[in-house]
Design a protein around this ligand. Structure first.
Ligand SMILES: Cc1cc2nc3c(=O)[nH]c(=O)nc-3n(C[C@H](O)[C@H](O)[C@H](O)COP(=O)(O)OP(=O)(O)OC[C@H]3O[C@@H](n4cnc5c(N)ncnc54)[C@H](O)[C@@H]3O)c2cc1C
Length: 259
């Protein structure tokens, strides 16, 4: 009897739900944020994702995972509103539909929240070192939004890699966060092109950049790395080689490298 509530919760997380698109807005030329209402949503932890399922008229279905970009909100009606941020892949099956075809009022199916390992709770503390490649910033933004709302005293650094200045996701919101928060630092690196007066880094994330940017291993930081598979693997290896505790390095792989 004692495990009945848990069994119910597990079942409801796995159930597909109809979510209604409320608003869709551009973050960069290839990236959009979808604000969705998910009736019955019981909340999530920053870092978790959902599975999205699309069904064609002939019954063909395609399913992909998307991280939840919004921070958790306990109060209704905000609790049932979540945001996903999706990068359009030119030859993709699901992402072009979400970024180009979906309109406010449309419905998509999703289930979740999913994932317990790549999550952060206030009691996990810090210092936090967040390393993002492209859309890998999405679950890390959920962590930063949660931290901004509830735990600004936790030291945090975000090292964010984008191809070009125009492709930096959440750039303005990050600027605002940093301006209001002396415990938060954001470092951008651009890998393909940069404006003439660009003061940030200009290469792919490497060991020297990680060492110069993130809290030192002696501070025992909690490190979260998310992005294309190849980037996540090279960063995680470099972090361990630099002396970080492997048990404090959490990784989430979004898929093949887009480079
Ligand atoms: C846990 C998890 C969370 C994720 N969260 C997000 C998120 O918040 N935002 C987001 O935009 N994506 C996220 N993804 C990636 C997402 O699930 C899809 O893989 C992506 O949107 C591509 O799907 P598609 O159907 O458009 O492309 P597909 O039809 O699956 O693939 C089209 C082409 O793109 C390549 N490809 C597939 N995935 C990627 C990728 N991630 N990067 C570069 N090339 C790729 C394929 O090899 C193929 O050549 C996440 C993945 C995982 C596993």
């Amino acid at each position: 009897m004692t495990d009945a509530p848990q069994a119910t919760l597990g079942a409801s997380r796995l159930a597909w739900r109809a979510a209604e698109a409320l608003e869709i807005f551009s973050e960069t030329p290839r990236v959009k944020t979808l604000r969705l209402r998910v009736p019955g949503w019981m909340g999530h932890r920053p870092g978790q994702h959902v599975d999205v399922r699309l069904t064609a008229e002939d019954g063909y279905q395609a399913e992909r995972s998307y991280s939840i970009a919004s921070g958790p909100r306990a109060e209704m009606p905000q609790r049932e509103i979540i945001e996903l941020t999706v990068e359009r892949l030119g030859d993709g099956e699901v992402s072009p539909y979400l970024t180009d075809e979906l309109r406010p009022g449309d419905r998509i199916e999703l289930r979740g929240p999913i994932g317990g390992y790549f999550t952060w709770r206030i009691e996990d503390g810090g210092p936090l070192g967040l390393v993002a490649g492209g859309s890998g910033i999405v679950p890390l933004m959920a962590i930063l939004r949660h931290r901004a709302a509830a735990a600004r005293q936790v030291q945090a650094v975000l090292l964010d890699s984008s191809r070009r200045f125009e492709e930096i996701i959440y750039r303005k919101e990050l600027e605002r966060m940093v301006a209001e928060d002396s415990h938060l630092r954001v470092v951008h690196t651009l890998t393909r092109e940069w404006p003439e007066n660009w003061k940030g880094e200009r290469r792919r994330i490497d060991s020297a950049m990680l060492q110069a940017t993130l809290p030192a291993p002696a501070e025992n930081p909690l490190l979260y790395v998310c992005g294309p598979t190849e980037m996540v693997e090279s960063v995680a290896t470099a972090l361990v080689d630099l002396g970080h505790d492997p048990a404090r390095v959490k990784t989430e792989r979004f898929g093949p490298s887009g480079e």
